[in-house]
Design a protein around this ligand. Structure first.
Ligand code: PLP
Length: 427
């Protein structure tokens, strides 16, 4: 539990398990804004949790949901429904994976769970490589590949996981190296690790830009370099695109494309933004891998027509309006503005990011240690100023996370940056 919002303590229900001790009660949203139960308006710089990809209450999505709900709400993956077929076709084509098959789930955790089940079944091994500082979900298998002990109090896991260096630039053994030297060092480390491991590792699971870990990314091309090693060992590559998909990183539609020499991953998982808040997750894989699921390719709520209709309308909107281009342009302005806002604030170690996925890493200026209290204080001050942001980081990092809906305007970017500047300067 995290103490953050003091105002609604009196109405906080004891019977709910929640992340924050005192979350605000959101009643409605429009565009990039949401309102709380007291009628206060907030600029949403976290887009739900990167779930509101286009905008809150986007009329196109609302209409598609209402129309579909009036026809039929549910059919399960036992039957076909047209929005599911169309969305699967669009995602399969967009994924870049040859001979792709799509399996729908209802969350990112379940998507990664399915990907791990596929990879371990296909390779007949429960050994997995995962990146340090990663986050892949909160089920028994996905906490087992999450490189941050906060999420797994016991550390028990059905998988044997080996953690790999390379996702974090600002600290760790390769901090300060040039892109080229960093990549060489990470590859050598991976080779060394595999040399000490019994053979038969099933897959590497990795986020192209780490989300919960604080929006940190390796040098472009790192996963291409890793892939050459993985291929030699017959190890699959699962790209967890739960946060990085759909153009959020600006330059690319998928995060893996920053490592394009690697070609598409063997498996790709998605969730969050595709439904603009509706519960959609899924995994894309080559047919020969997907076919391993066999009787397991069933989900009661996966592929539900209402969520699929939302996904189709949302995807259509973001492609038609080039929101990836908007993320690149407005994200580029916003990161520069936030760098200026953070200049001279000695608790800020780094402002980094891609597109509309911007992380502000905080550290104690004297000890260099993570500063989670400072992160909570900035979140609270921003909220008081009318701005919602997120936080993240590993067990030894703390970062603020900025990830507004991709339709953010320049004026809204400026408005949010000004509030965040004030919040940072109040430290
Ligand atoms: N993978 C990544 C990269 C995520 O950031 C998350 C959630 O934050 C998940 C998986 C889990 O998704 P969900 O919360 O929808 O289960």
């Amino acid at each position: 539990m995290n103490s953050l919002h003091a105002r609604h303590r009196s109405v906080l229900p004891d019977w709910l398990a929640l992340y924050y001790d005192d979350p605000i009660e959101i009643t409605h949203g429009e565009g990039r804004y949401v309102w709380d139960a007291d009628g206060r308006r907030y600029l949403d710089f976290f887009g739900g949790i990167l779930t509101t990809m286009t905008a809150h209450a986007l009329p196109e999505v609302t209409k598609a949901v209402a129309e579909q709900a009036g026809r039929i709400v549910h059919s399960s993956t036992l039957y076909l429904n047209r929005p599911m077929v169309e969305l699967a076709e669009r995602i399969a084509t967009l994924s870049g994976i040859p001979d792709a098959r799509v399996f729908f789930t209802t969350s990112g955790t379940e998507a990664n769970d399915a990907a791990l089940l596929l990879a371990t079944t296909y390779r007949r091994s429960n050994q997995i490589l995962a990146m340090r500082n990663s986050y892949h979900g909160r089920s028994f298998s996905t906490v087992g590949v999450t490189g941050n002990r906060t999420w797994s109090p016991t550390g028990l896991s059905p998988l044997q996981t080996l953690y790999v260096h390379g996702a974090v630039r600002s600290r760790g053994p390769f901090a300060g190296l040039t892109d080229e030297r960093f990549t060489e060092a990470a590859v050598a480390d991976l080779e060394d690790l595999l040399g000490q491991t019994r053979s038969g590792v099933a897959a590497l699971i990795a986020e192209p830009v780490q989300g919960v870990g604080g929006f940190t990314s390796p040098p472009d091309g790192l996963y291409a370099a890793f892939r050459r090693v993985l291929d030699r060992h017959g190890i699959l590559w699962i790209s967890d695109e739960v946060q990085t998909g759909w153009g959020r990183t600006g330059d690319h539609f998928w995060g893996w494309q920053a490592h394009a020499q690697a070609g598409p991953p063997d498996l790709l998982t998605f969730a969050k933004g595709i439904g603009n808040g509706m519960a959609i997750g899924g995994v894309v894989a080559r047919a020969e891998i997907m076919n391993c699921l066999d009787a397991n390719s069933i989900s009661t709520f996966g592929g539900s027509p209402v969520t699929m209709a939302a996904g189709l309308a949302n995807l259509g909107y973001l492609l038609d309006h080039d929101l990836q281009g908007n993320a690149r342009r407005v994200g580029g302005l916003l990161i520069e503005r936030l760098r200026a806002a953070a200049a001279g604030v000695d608790t800020v170690r780094e402002v980094r990011g891609r597109g509309l996925m911007i992380g502000i890493e905080l550290a104690d200026p004297v000890t260099g240690r993570a500063a989670p209290e400072a992160a909570s204080a900035v979140l609270e001050a921003a909220r008081e100023g009318g701005l919602l942001i997120g936080k993240g980081g590993g067990h030894d990092t703390s970062a603020l996370r900025v990830a507004p809906p991709l339709s953010l305007t320049v004026a809204e970017a400026e408005e949010g940056a000004a509030i965040l500047e004030q919040a940072l300067r109040s430290l």
